[in-house]
Structures are given as structure tokens and as C-alpha cells.
Design a protein around this ligand. Structure first.
Ligand SMILES: [Fe+2]
Length: 339
């Protein structure tokens, strides 16, 4: 153990969480058992295949709609200069994307809502205002930033806190871009921190995040954890426990990775203060992190800086080109309208 950074920090300080024991035992008799034991699961056909592919088409129309020169049938346009701002090969956060109608349509899909309803035991849910990723294949103008193994939960929390989702809109095989999960890490990550200690202070970044060093990985390998590339089809919903170590990989083959990040949780977890923040986010088309009910760090929209010009992108107004319609379902999933 001497090779692992032995920082002995404070014991967990967060208040008890109502659902912390929800995934403690694999005795459901359905996909929730895999979520418990492996830390992730794939819900096949949460959205019908054709609908998912149609949403991928909408995503590409959205991309082409900036009129920067990107054309889906011309790989020579798979370059920063022809694309809106993005990070890590295709994760998009600007342009009010979180509130585009095509993305909201996916959040409102019955199969997506049903999956989270089964998980939490209630269909009174709120959703994150998270974004999408369109990772184009065979790009020559970007450098693979490499692995960034992390969990999306503070080391100081006890038990379950959040289950994240990726709605897959394209075929996703072994060579295609996608999610890497350290199978078996979720159930033992708390033991890891109890053993090696917790960071004493945080100096940057969100609370619900921890990035692991290479030598810390060995502790998990010694416990039998193994990396898995999650493969799935259009319309499949990947769910993973935020305690599972994960990162993503860029496409290696000829297939684009097009996904929507969707995370839902019980509406009753939302405090009145956070409800007001979500109302502002909704009205101003702001995005949030994956946690729908807390940590809502609202900031006014600032246009992203383009890598090709070094200047703020005049197209990044923060307003969606086709903003979501405020239907009853959308308002309830936003947390603005009570169930
Ligand atoms: Fe993550």
C-alpha cells in the first residue's frame, strides 16, 4: 500500500442520503442486479432503434446547421474549423444545446423515464440539463487526450448518490467510441477510500468528482476489477453508478459516437432553493452537471473560445436554434412544475 498516496483526510461529512442503500444488494431479479455487482448495465431498446437513429440524424442536422462547412458525408470537414466548439473529441456544452428540442425529446422518451422510475421506485422524476456528444471518426486534427479515469461522486459520500445515463444513438461496437467502465469498482470504492484515506482539502473542481492516479488503479485490479468497453446499439440506455470508475474513448473505426447524457432522480430530492435555480437554468437555457437535484452552479452564459481563431464564438449565443417547448412533461421533468 506504500505506493498509494496515503493522504489521511477527514471522515465523510455529508448528511445521510435517503437512497444511499438502494443498490447495496443484488436481489432485484432484473438489470438492477448488474448495476449493483458490475456498476453499470445496458437497458436494451429503451428507445426504439429507428427513433434513436432519427435523433442521430437531428444531431447531425444541428451540427450542419451552424453552416461552418461541416458535412456529414465529407470526412475532410471533420475538423475544428468546420465545427462548433466541443471538448474531448465531441462533447458539446455551449450553444444552449441542453435545451434544444431534439435533446429534450430524448429525455421525455417513455423508455428512458421508465428506466429511471424503476431504479428509484417513483415516476416523479427530474432530469439533468446535460448535453450531448457527437464524436466524429477518423479525425486527424485532434490529439487523443488519453484516459481520464474518474468517479463522479465525492469520496466523502457514503453509499449510492447518483446513477448516470447515456442514451446511445448509433451502433457502438468494440472499436467505436464509448464508455469504459472498471467493472466491480462501484461496490468497493468506499472501501478504497476508507483504506487509503481521503484528500484533506479540495482546491478546485466539483465536489462530486475524483480522479485516480495510475498506482491507485492497482488496488482495484488486485480486488479483481477489470476494464470493459460498453458496447450497445441505437436506442440502448447505459446506466452506471457514479461510484464506478469510468472514462470514454474516441472512435477508432469509421462510426461516429453520438449520444445524449441523461440523468434522472426523484423530484422530492429537490430543495426549494435548487428548484428556483433550475427555473432560472430552464428559462435562460443553461446547462447543469449530471446531478439533477443538487450542485447547481449557475453561471451566466459566456461564448466559448474557438480553437481555430482564439476568439469567442459569435455563433455561441447560448440560445438554442430550436428551443424546447415548455410542455407539462418538460416542466415536470425540469422540476419547475410540481407532480
Ligand atoms: Fe464521468
Amino acid at each position: 500500500m506504500a505506493h498509494i498516496k496515503p493522504k489521511r483526510g477527514p471522515e465523510p461529512v455529508f448528511p445521510p442520503f435517503e437512497y444511499s442503500e438502494l443498490l447495496s444488494e443484488a436481489n432485484f431479479g432484473d438489470w438492477r442486479d448488474e448495476l449493483v455487482t458490475k456498476g453499470y448495465t445496458v437497458i436494451k431498446g429503451a428507445v426504439p432503434r429507428e427513433k434513436a437513429l432519427a435523433a442521430r440524424n437531428e444531431a447531425f442536422e444541428w451540427l450542419e446547421g451552424f453552416h461552418l462547412g461541416f458535412k456529414r458525408d465529407d470526412p475532410s470537414t471533420y475538423k475544428n474549423e468546420y465545427l462548433p466548439n466541443h471538448m474531448k473529441g465531441g462533447m458539446i456544452h455551449g450553444y444552449g444545446i441542453a435545451h434544444e428540442q431534439w435533446l429534450w425529446n430524448l429525455r421525455a422518451e417513455q423508455g428512458v423515464v421508465d428506466a429511471f422510475a424503476k431504479l428509484w421506485g417513483t415516476d416523479e422524476l427530474i432530469t439533468s440539463f446535460d448535453s450531448a456528444a457527437i464524436m466524429l471518426p477518423s479525425r486527424t486534427d485532434i490529439v487523443d487526450a488519453g484516459r481520464w479515469e474518474h468517479i463522479d461522486q465525492s469520496p466523502s459520500r457514503r453509499g449510492l448518490y447518483c446513477v448516470q445515463g447515456i442514451l446511445n444513438l448509433n451502433d457502438c461496437g468494440p472499436d467505436d467510441g464509448g464508455l469504459m467502465i472498471l467493472e466491480g469498482s462501484a461496490p468497493i470504492v468506499e472501501k478504497f477510500f476508507d483504506t487509503i484515506g481521503r484528500e484533506e482539502t479540495r482546491t478546485w473542481g466539483p465536489v462530486d468528482f475524483y480522479s485516480f492516479t495510475d498506482d491507485q488503479h492497482q488496488w482495484f485490479y488486485d480486488q479483481g476489477c477489470t476494464w470493459t468497453k460498453v458496447c450497445c446499439e441505437p436506442g440502448d440506455l447505459i446506466l452506471w453508478d457514479s461510484r464506478a470508475m469510468h472514462y470514454n474513448v474516441l472512435p477508432k473505426g469509421k462510426t461516429d459516437r453520438t449520444v445524449a447524457y441523461i440523468c434522472m432522480a426523484p423530484a422530492k430530492l429537490l430543495s426549494e432553493e435548487d428548484r428556483q435555480k433550475r427555473k432560472i437554468a430552464f428559462e435562460q437555457y443553461l446547462g447543469t452537471t449530471h446531478v439533477p437535484f443538487a450542485a447547481l452552479h449557475l453561471r451566466p452564459h459566456v461564448p466559448g473560445v474557438r480553437v481555430d481563431t482564439g476568439l469567442p464564438d459569435p455563433l455561441d449565443t447560448g440560445i438554442p436554434r430550436n428551443p424546447r417547448e415548455a410542455t407539462d412533461r418538460v416542466l415536470k421533468l425540469s422540476g419547475i412544475k410540481a407532480y
